[in-house]
Design a protein around this ligand. Structure first.
Ligand code: GLU
Length: 300
């Protein structure tokens, strides 16, 4: 991990996400890597305790909540489980499939998934989401209010997606409420250490290695990981799979988490992104670590 950090520390390729103004302000030099094993060992390098917005990585963990509440088959029917082959916020992908989002890890599918989370009102749904994330990270994750405000002021595209989903019958709660909760969830602050802890819950079949508590139903873990394989890095998912053969999820905040089933989770944070919206240094660092430790299950 130290070697990967040293190797990529001086890389300046990529650009911070700027369509959410608060993300453009984050120091592009931040770079941290963390690993949490299924035995509970924690290893960190660099800015692994620097908070940043979880953004799209939240989609995978909120999916665990929806699946545990409703079952993987219901999610497959109401949201889908296929790669879209289109960018993360594509409206075209919806139009091509009669409004079905196809995958819970793109914006449309994630907003539909939020709309399925049980709760009598917005506050109750939010509490359910927060409880799940706290159990996964072993601490209560705070909302980055500046990011939430910035994204709320500029998320007209996501609002459009929610109303379109609603018009096609693929949204299961109020569109405005669903986008607001989705936006708040994306604004939760995490560190690379938190992400590795959350990912390790998937690596260990649903048990949090640090708290020793079951946080995800075991029967749903492999479907979540399958969705991460299909769509975890959007249109970069194929490149990632070719290189690493492992499920992963990125966010436009610069985070990336990769799950090595039955072994560990690796996470990295570096804000500058490539054209597909994935952190350049995080991808390179984790790819080096996976190769050095021979963690690619497809490489025999
Ligand atoms: N909140 C972001 C959005 O909806 C998440 C996108 C991402 O991280 O890929 O645009």
């Amino acid at each position: 991990m130290q070697a990967a950090y040293d190797q990529h520390r001086s890389c300046t390729e990529g650009k911070n996400a700027s369509y959410i103004p608060a993300l453009a302000q984050v120091n592009p030099a931040f770079f941290g890597i963390a690993a949490v094993t299924v035995e509970g060992q924690v290893i960190t390098v660099g800015d692994a305790d620097q908070p940043f917005a979880i953004e799209s990585i939240s989609k995978a963990f909120n999916l665990s909540l929806a699946m545990d509440a409703l079952g993987a088959e219901t999610l497959r029917r109401k949201v889908g489980a296929e790669a879209t082959g289109e960018p993360f916020n594509s409206v075209m992908a919806l139009e091509l499939h009669s409004g079905k989002p196809l995958n819970p890890l793109v914006n449309a599918g994630a907003i539909a998934t939020v709309s399925l989370i049980p709760g009598a009102n917005s506050a109750a749904v939010w509490q359910n989401i927060l409880n799940r994330f706290s159990a996964l990270a072993c601490r209560e994750l705070p909302v980055m209010e500046e990011v939430y405000g910035s994204e709320t002021a500029t998320n007209q595209h996501n609002k459009g997606i929610a109303w379109l989903l609603d018009s096609y019958g693929y949204l299961y709660n109020d569109p405005s409420q669903s986008v607001d909760l989705y936006t708040r969830m994306c604004s939760l602050a995490v560190t690379a250490r938190d992400l590795a802890t959350m990912g390790a819950c998937l690596a260990s079949g649903g048990i949090n290695p640090l708290s020793a508590k079951r946080v995800i139903k075991q029967e749903n873990v492999h479907e979540i990981l399958a969705d991460m394989v299909m769509e975890g890095l959007y249109t970069g998912s194929g490149d990632w799979l070719y290189a690493n053969g492992l499920p992963a999820k990125s966010g436009v905040g610069g985070g990336l988490v990769c799950v090595v089933p039955r072994k560990m989770a690796l996470a990295a944070f570096s804000p500058p992104l490539d054209a597909a919206g994935n952190s350049v240094r995080a991808q390179r660092a984790l790819t080096d670590i996976i190769a050095t430790l021979r963690l690619n299950p497809l490489a025999c």
